[in-house]
Design a protein around this ligand. Structure first.
Ligand SMILES: *[C@@H]1O[C@H](CO)[C@@H](O)[C@H](O)[C@H]1NC(C)=O
Ligand SMILES: *[C@@H]1O[C@H](CO)[C@@H](O)[C@H](O)[C@H]1NC(C)=O
Length: 301
């Protein structure tokens, strides 16, 4: 018990949660970090330009802010943040303009999945090779998905819910991508339609957190087990949230900001799968933000 406690502390002290841009209520440049050990937020270098509804990943020691909306246009630009230098740099543009996309790392490549280009929802998917600094298209999804959430479990990339511009409905369908076969395959549907759900991975399970179906913003959460191809409901969050950021740290699933249908939220809560309970973090972000990018990084020493 004592050893586990010491291990947990050692782990916590080296991780930071980074929250990038977002809508507050307009697209902002602000970037803030949460230090799990100090239990407080601090500001770091701002984005080079305003960005919300972007995809966010941590790869090769860098944070990548992918596409999004700059207050007037859906963009194909990508900025990367070096936590050691506290500096942002632009890298190669995506092929397509995308906001409300999903972004994830699979087999060392950064994937940008679906989203919205300003006129339609996208089924297209592209991947970024950091060595060649190039984006290339891979097989598109079976469905157009804006406000899609993505996660990687067991070497497969999952695209969860979203909004299908064609049928004008929020989606309960989910599909997964196998990079070896370059194919998307439908898996079991969620119990409910979710657009703008937060998606995260904890203990090889895929979580779909909140989101909305039309005007109804959800506080419900469900979890997918790839080994059984089934979804099950877990405890509700304390607040209704859509367009929140999600990340997993030290066996807990954190959900950051978002909006409840009328207000942008500055609060953060986390889920403990052992107790099936959500707890609100006592320290809020400096500002309410929805559609921010959230990822966990190693703390620069
Ligand atoms: C948004 O991006 C476009 C294209 O890169 C640029 O021309 C425009 O100035 C940007 N708008 C804002 C508000 O940054
Ligand atoms: C991808 O598909 C191939 C061929 O069906 C299969 O052998 C492989 O296990 C799949 N990959 C994953 C990660 O499931």
């Amino acid at each position: 018990m004592q050893w586990r406690f010491v291990q947990a502390l050692a782990f916590l002290s080296f991780q930071l949660m980074v929250v990038v841009g977002g809508q507050a209520p307009k697209a902002i440049r602000s970037v803030e970090c949460y230090d799990f050990k100090e239990e407080r937020w601090h500001q770091v270098a701002e984005l080079p330009s305003r960005r919300c509804r972007a995809g966010m990943v941590y790869m090769a020691g860098l944070v990548f802010a992918v596409g999004g909306f700059n207050g007037s246009l859906r963009v194909r630009t990508v900025d990367s943040y070096d936590p050691v230098k506290d500096q942002w740099t632009s890298v190669a543009n995506m092929r397509d303009r995308r906001s409300t996309l999903g972004a994830a790392v699979l087999n060392g490549l950064l994937y940008a999945v679906g989203g919205f280009d300003g006129s339609t929802g996208l089924s297209s998917v592209e991947a970024y090779n950091i060595k060649s600094n190039e984006w290339f298209h891979v097989a598109p999804m079976n469905t157009r998905r804006s406000s899609v959430g993505v996660g990687v479990v067991g070497g497969l990339l999952y695209a969860v819910g979203g909004y299908d511009g064609a049928s004008r409905q929020c989606l309960s369908t989910v599909e997964c991508y196998n990079a070896t076969t370059n194919e998307w395959t439908y898996i079991a549907e969620m119990s409910t339609r979710r657009s703008g759900a937060g998606v995260g991975v904890l203990n090889n399970l895929l979580y779909a957190v909140g989101g909305h179906d039309g005007p109804l913003v959800r506080k419900s959460v469900e979890v997918y087990d790839p080994s059984t191809n089934t979804w099950r409901q877990v405890a509700d969050m304390n607040m209704c949230r859509r367009n929140a950021g999600v990340c997993a740290v030290n066996g807990l699933l954190y959900v950051v900001g978002g909006d409840d249908g009328s207000c942008n939220l500055a609060s953060v809560e986390y889920y403990n799968p052992t107790t099936d309970k959500w707890t609100v973090v006592s320290s809020c972000m400096s500002t309410g933000r929805s559609y921010a990018g959230v990822t966990v990084i190693d703390k620069p020493l």
